[in-house]
Design a protein around this ligand. Structure first.
Ligand code: ZN
Ligand code: ZN
Length: 112
């Protein structure tokens, strides 16, 4: 195989792989978005029945009163309820730092 032929082959291969990665890029981003949305929905759903220990960050089911790990009294609110804005009452996504409606800072029990 001559130099020129090798160069052409490499050029074609690079061109193809660039084209492929360009073509795949939006799909990958879309999938990442979908995965993030799915994970967020899952967190919102799970957050309805989960409390987080304010002391050690351990998760506990909503019926528990004390942390199984360190014995600290658990908050009354579930993770989901603690994402409700105290100012305007909007139910925000679990793990949000600020209210999506009015921008009020949320008490973030999930992020230690
Ligand atoms: Zn604890
Ligand atoms: Zn708000």
């Amino acid at each position: 195989m001559g130099f020129l032929e090798r160069a052409i082959r490499r050029g074609v291969r690079d061109g193809v792989s660039n084209a492929v990665s360009k073509a795949l890029q939006p799909t990958v981003n879309q999938l990442a978005d979908q995965a993030t949305t799915a994970a967020q929905q899952y967190a919102d759903e799970v957050g309805k029945s989960i409390k987080i220990c304010p002391s050690c960050g351990e998760g506990a089911t909503a019926d528990k009163k004390f942390c199984q790990k360190c014995g600290t009294a658990l908050p009354e609110q579930t993770v989901s309820e603690s994402a409700v804005c105290a100012k305007c009452g909007t139910q925000n996504h679990v793990g949000s730092k600020f209210c999506q409606s009015c921008g009020e800072k949320l008490t973030d029990t999930i992020q230690q």
